[in-house]
Design a protein around this ligand. Structure first.
Ligand code: ATP
Length: 491
């Protein structure tokens, strides 16, 4: 019997080294010692991430009767961000420690203190601390926030001192300039969310795709935030990817759809393979200026339960704001009730990178196999076959007697339908290990019997069991396991 251990507390380090060592995620521009909070996806990382994005895209568009997609630009007219509120209030409060010169988010220092209170059984005290912080932030009283930090005795973990600077608001948007001559250039922003590209295209999409309310618009794309404290690997990046869907509904019906999407999205994460006990809702008590209800879906990372997706009932805030600033109507004529209105919006917004990290943490498995002296450790990625970067690896047992040629034949046949690899170097055990480490669900071995009866062995990643199947059956057998429909069946 194998004893399995899933990655737990404080094992993020293992995941980061695994991701780098086996071609999933590299620090950006590593030859120059990297760039903080920016990462590149390697050969297996890009396959896994593309699979997740395609899966999301298909489940949110193809499987829905009334959701269509767009691909809007990263640059948008600067007024977009005035209208959305990002220019004036997309801020985080930051504070520096004068001794260590380290920068922190003031709200996160206080949240960590509240968590400490909760762990010590003083939940109410922690709650009161956060309520007061919320009040001070809403009132723009940054001095008050600083006083809270000091009176709570919060010290910098590096210097150990409470020598804090003023608390300042820091806008998270990156700006740049358009135009060839800097003097006539206008400041524009790298979008901090993909949602606004959907809002400004609301009427174009509604008219051209002849959509009737309720309907949704989906988009996958890059977003940029100048995060003050970027930690925890690809959990908080300065350049990341979002998968967002805005669902346009009749005013007054938004709570029904909010509940619908809240449930639908939780189920989706489970279908991808994230276990129910590692997922939970976190309902927002303090709502953003545009929302009348909001919930996060949180996943239990090695560093605790953290948000992977947000579901927000955004009211008619965004469309009304764009209507106001652009002076163009953002209304819909609902011929069922004979009324013109600005639709309400329910948003689902998930980070592709955070989802990737959740899936990777969940898949990383260490186990001890064998008995007595034959016991050994093995590490593998228990990824759902539908999202695994490589679906099958083809190995000739030896590099002679026509086995490589037979292996290549199978490879050439399967590559039409699946991402497969062919490998003939090293002992077959080492080849299995390499595929385990990147999560390949099937390894196909070509041996002498293959030449006689056209059968191969398939070794299954999780059970390590082997079965003999005919080459003719291979395609269908793999297709059944790796098809997205295996995931859709559970939705
Ligand atoms: P957080 O509170 O963690 O900063 P948020 O509430 O600001 O997140 P949203 O604005 O709701 O996040 O964005 C929706 C999703 O985009 C998040 O659930 C997350 O998956 C992803 N996301 C947001 N910021 C980042 C980031 N800096 N790096 C990676 N993913 C991000």
């Amino acid at each position: 019997m194998a004893t399995q251990e899933k990655v737990s507390e404080h094992n993020l380090g293992k995941i980061i080294s695994h991701a780098k060592e086996y071609g999933f995620v590299f620090p950006s521009s590593e030859v120059y010692d990297g760039l903080a909070a920016v990462y590149d996806y390697g050969p297996y990382g890009v396959e896994l991430k593309n699979n997740l994005k395609t899966l999301w895209w298909k489940s949110m568009t193809q499987l829905q009767d009334n959701v269509v997609g767009i691909d809007a630009s990263i640059f948008m007219h600067p007024l977009t961000w005035k209208a959305s509120g990002h220019v004036d209030s997309f801020n985080d409060p930051m504070v520096d420690n004068r001794d260590s010169k380290k920068r922190y988010r003031a709200d996160q220092l206080l949240e960590a203190k509240a968590e400490e209170y909760a762990k010590a059984g003083q939940e109410e005290k922690g709650h009161a601390l956060l309520v007061e912080m919320g009040r001070l932030l809403d009132a723009g009283d940054l001095n008050g926030v600083r006083e809270q930090i000091i009176s709570e005795g919060i010290v910098c973990p590096v210097s150990g001192t409470a020598n804090w600077t003023e608390v300042r608001q820091f806008n998270l948007m990156f700006s740049t300039r358009v135009g060839s001559v800097a003097e006539d250039a206008d400041t524009i922003y790298l979008r901090p969310e993909t949602a606004q590209g959907i809002f400004v295209n609301f009427l174009n999409v509604q008219k051209t795709a002849r959509m009737k309310i309720p309907f949704g618009i989906a988009q996958v794309g890059k977003a940029f935030r100048n995060e003050i404290v970027a930690r925890q690997f690809i959990f908080r990046m300065r350049e990341f990817e979002q998968m967002e869907m805005q669902y346009f509904v009749r005013p007054g019906e938004e709570m029904k759809w909010y509940e619908f999407w809240k449930e639908t999205r939780l189920k989706w994460h489970q279908a991808v393979g994230l276990p129910a006990q590692k997922l939970k809702y976190h309902v927002h008590e303090k709502l953003a200026h545009y929302a009348n209800a909001a919930v996060d879906i949180e996943f239990e990372f090695p560093f605790g339960f953290k948000e992977i997706e947000g579901i927000h009932s955004r009211t008619d805030f965004d469309l009304s704001q764009h209507q106001k600033l652009s002076k163009k109507k953002m209304q819909y004529f609902d011929n069922e009730i004979n009324q013109n209105y600005v639709p309400y919006v329910v948003e689902t917004s998930v980070g592709a990178d955070r989802l990737f990290l959740a899936v990777l943490c969940n898949a990383y498995t260490e186990e001890v196999v064998g008995e007595g002296e034959n016991q050994k450790e093995r590490t593998y990625l228990k990824l759902h076959p539908a999202i695994a970067p490589v679906k099958a690896a083809i190995f000739p047992l030896v590099r002679k007697d026509g086995l490589p040629e037979k292996g290549m034949q199978i490879f050439n046949q399967l590559k039409q339908d699946f991402r497969v690899v062919y490998e003939e170097r090293d002992a077959i055990g080492r080849r299995y290990t390499r595929q385990d480490l990147i999560g390949t669900p099937f390894c196909i071995a070509v041996d002498y019997q293959t030449l006689e009866d056209n059968t191969v062995t398939i070794r299954h990643r999780d059970s390590m069991e082997q079965e003999r199947v005919s080459i003719e059956e291979l395609r269908d057998k793999i297709a059944r396991e790796v098809s997205f429909s295996r995931i859709y069946e559970q939705l």
